[in-house]
Design a protein around this ligand. Structure first.
Ligand SMILES: [Zn+2]
Length: 281
């Protein structure tokens, strides 16, 4: 492990891509699903994290689906992007970062201002048509209203109607929209994957942030990047399999990493600051 400051010359070269996982969002008080206190402790992922499981539950016991949706979005809506999400958006604005490839569905990258984002596992604020692949996004306020309404629905019919109405229909083929969330066992959305690889094809530095690197097929991406010659920086407070391929291992949380690195990069980039310094001399 080396000191974080040693990374500055490398980061200043640009062509950075970030590959992010649940550890990044756990600092936004979004507990990882798998971890202790995670949603999968209470809701069996074989039912609630598979499309087939959810669909049959939706038909036979919609109240359970309602409870799950309410609990899931209550957690999501109470979280906010953290310093690291804003840090990544800042690197993009400085033209140092090509894009973010994320396995998180919480939308925090967009909310923090990132525009180049490949969402490998979807986005909890989006719906899509499985036929036309058209993706529609709803905002936080719309979701807040929906969750409030859903909480008050008791009968099976009301619950189903509320959920279906909110998901809406495809603007092109009028088929029912589905949550744009990649469930266990589903393949990753091709467009997002393509976008992710297009970032990696130009990447000179890959920041792996808060990802254990064990959820496939997303976990292949760092290895792909490594083969293409990118330097790998693994930022994670815990040891992960990605340590083995990393050129730098940073045992820090993502927030701490950005709190150290960003002010140093800003020194170089804020011209007014340089001028002010010169004046002082
Ligand atoms: Zn359609």
């Amino acid at each position: 492990m080396r000191h974080i400051k040693e990374l500055v010359p490398l980061l200043k070269k640009g062509n950075i891509v970030a590959f992010c996982g649940a550890g990044l969002s756990s600092e936004s008080s979004i507990p990882t699903f798998r971890g202790k206190g995670g949603l999968w402790e209470k809701y069996n992922p074989e039912v609630f994290a598979t499309l087939g499981g959810l669909l049959s539950l939706f038909i036979f016991s919609p109240k359970k689906v309602r409870d799950f949706i309410v609990e899931f979005y209550d957690i999501l809506l109470s979280g906010k992007p953290n310093y690291a999400h804003y840090g990544l958006a800042e690197l993009e604005r400085k033209n140092l970062l090509l894009g973010v490839i994320t396995q998180n569905i919480d939308d925090f990258h967009s909310q923090a201002g990132s525009t180049e984002v490949a969402e490998l596992h979807g986005n909890a604020y989006k719906f899509w048509c499985l036929k036309c692949k058209i993706v529609v996004k709803k905002n936080r306020e719309e979701f807040e209203k929906f969750i409030e309404n859903l909480k008050s629905k008791q009968s099976r019919k009301e619950i189903i109607r509320e959920i279906l109405n909110f998901m809406g229909k495809c603007p092109s083929c009028r088929k029912r929209m589905r949550p744009y969330i990649i469930f266990f066992g589903q393949s990753l959305p091709q467009d997002e994957l393509k976008k992710g690889y297009s970032y990696l094809d130009k990447a000179q530095t890959l920041l792996c942030i808060g990802t254990s690197g064990v959820v496939y097929p997303a976990a292949y991406l760092p290895y792909y990047s490594r083969r293409r010659g990118a330097k790998i920086i693994n930022i994670n407070p815990e040891s992960t399999p990605l340590d083995d391929i990393a050129d730098w291992v940073i045992r820090e949380t993502a927030v701490n990493f950005f709190k150290i690195i960003l002010p140093i990069l800003n020194e170089t980039f804020f011209r007014h600051r340089r001028i002010r310094l010169r004046r002082k001399v």
